[in-house]
Design a protein around this ligand. Structure first.
Ligand code: FCB
Length: 486
């Protein structure tokens, strides 16, 4: 695959913004890389339990060892430094920091993040912390999990512990990663931990995740250490749905609006506007479902956002007409219809324009909130060369095309301030185990050897040249091979 768009049309091209206000980073999450699952006082998370359920995860894989990052952290920070990025987005393991999800902090667990943050800062890398990337302490799931309101309060207590330990050095705090996945994959489809399948529980989880976000955001701001040089920057990361009508018909437009409602506005409206979208509430009521909202919850949820993190992998083309072409009777049809675009190894269609359009739309509908692409990347079936190198033209092109889409969004006026590649390295891809590789660094799981892939080298070079340029890039600057392809 060749690069269709000149990736050197970097974000600084737009609006006179210089590279200084654009953050380049790489991202990971705790359960996917750390391993050391039961060391230094860590207890089980729902993923430790779920991955042991026969058939739940490809190949029976689990995160017991993962990339062994817990023991190889210094080497991994050196790797990040070698890529030359500004920031590293990682998540904290709740059951490592507060085993069981309630009660006192675990000093040994916290010490790991203390060392990680210090080492990042020693290398001049900005630590960007996510409090929750899906690894709920199993004890809290046993007490009801996210469908139980109490979990939101437990989350705020955990946020306070994390802020108390790291807030003197960490300024960027993401409360939740992709609450849609926690709620829908975890409690409705059962494809993710804890593997429950109950639509009412899933909706309760949506509300309590958002409530947990609001309570944690309040707590983070209230508990920031007095000596911290700056107030904390607090936000959330969503995997909002970019829904596109499959055809320009009224039925498909209505279906796209429904997909947008349940996949985007159900989250962004309460977070930013302090209300759930009326059309979504009506559709749920028609199914006999409701969110367990109590007085004051929406005010709590709608805490000021210093940023909105956007994770983008693909777009969804939707139709409002059933597969057999019949007009829907009764319940409206909202059906995904792939358009035949090239796909990644996840079977996700590659739609860079969707990223540009989605960023512009979020900026338009929720103005005044800086946007960061906190995840973007692709799994492909990598093949190693004889010398162990991975020549991943497909992933390189994917990154280049999506970075160019970010530049277009900025040129159209969207306030996008950063881009994090998912992922720093191959890791435990949830239900797909180690089978799907998203890394820009290859991990040999037998030896734990890390090898920067071609995409990683390209990304590093792109970041370096984007930083150096102050004006629009020279045409033909830096394609994946050091040559411009178009
Ligand atoms: C996102 C997750 C991340 C990773 C990528 C591929 O939904 O946040 O952990 O699994 O997808």
């Amino acid at each position: 695959m060749t690069t269709r768009t000149d990736p050197s049309a970097a974000p600084q091209q737009a609006g006179g913004r210089g590279p200084a206000d654009f953050l380049w980073g790489v991202a990971t999450s705790a359960y996917q890389i750390e391993g050391a699952a039961f060391e230094d006082g860590r207890t089980a998370s729902i993923w430790d339990t779920f991955s042991r359920v026969p058939g739940a995860v490809f190949g029976g894989h689990n995160g017991d060892t993962a990339c062994d990052h817990y023991h190889r952290m210094p080497e991994d920070v050196a790797l990040i430094a070698g890529l030359g990025v500004d920031s590293y987005r990682f998540s904290l393991s709740w059951p490592r920091i507060q085993p069981g999800g309630r009660g006192p902090a675990n000093a040994r667990g916290l010490a790991f993040y203390d060392r990680l943050v210090d080492r990042l800062l020693d290398h001049g890398i900005l630590p960007w912390v996510t409090l929750y990337h899906w690894d709920l302490p199993q004890e809290l799931e046993d007490a009801g999990g996210w469908p139980a309101r109490d979990t939101a309060h437990r989350f705020a207590d955990y946020a306070e512990i994390a802020m108390g330990a790291l807030g003197d050095r960490v300024h960027w705090w993401t409360t939740l990663n992709e609450p849609w996945c926690s709620a829908v994959l975890g409690y409705e489809t059962g494809r993710h931990a804890p593997g429950r399948q109950d639509r009412a529980d899933s909706l309760a989880a949506v509300h309590h995740l958002l409530l947990g976000h609001g309570l944690a955001a309040q707590r983070l701001r209230a508990c920031a250490p007095a000596g911290a040089p700056e107030p904390p920057q607090v936000g959330i990361t969503l995997n909002t749905t970019h829904a596109i009508p499959a055809r320009p018909t009224e039925a498909d437009r209505a279906a796209a609006r429904r997909a947008d409602g349940i996949g985007t506005r159900l989250y962004t409206d309460p977070l930013v506007l302090g209300r759930y979208p009326a059309d979504v509430l009506e559709a749920l009521a028609a199914e006999g479902l409701a969110l367990p909202v109590r007085d004051g919850d929406l005010e709590t949820i709608a805490q000021p956002l210093d940023f909105l993190g956007v994770n983008y992998y693909t777009s969804q083309y939707v139709s409002g007409v059933a597969e057999d072409g019949r007009a829907p009777d009764g319940r409206p049809v909202t059906r995904a219809v792939p358009q035949g675009h090239p796909v990644t190894a996840m079977d996700w269609e590659i739609v860079p324009d969707g990223l540009a359009d989605h960023l512009v739309r979020l900026d338009r509908d929720y103005p005044g909130i800086p946007l960061y692409v906190t995840e973007n990347g692709a799994a492909f079936d990598d093949a190693d060369d004889a010398d162990g190198a991975v020549r991943d033209d497909d992933r390189t092109a994917y990154l280049a095309e999506h970075i160019a889409a970010v530049a277009r969004a900025r040129a159209a006026g969207a306030d996008v301030r950063g881009y994090f590649a998912w992922s720093l390295m191959d890791n435990f891809e949830w239900g797909y185990g180690y089978e799907k590789r998203f890394g820009i660094v290859h991990v040999d799981y037998r030896t734990q050897r890390r090898t920067v892939k071609q995409s990683g080298r390209w990304f590093a070079e792109h970041v370096r040249s984007a930083r150096e340029r102050s004006g629009p890039p020279a045409a033909g600057a830096d394609g994946p091979d050091g040559t411009a392809e178009s």
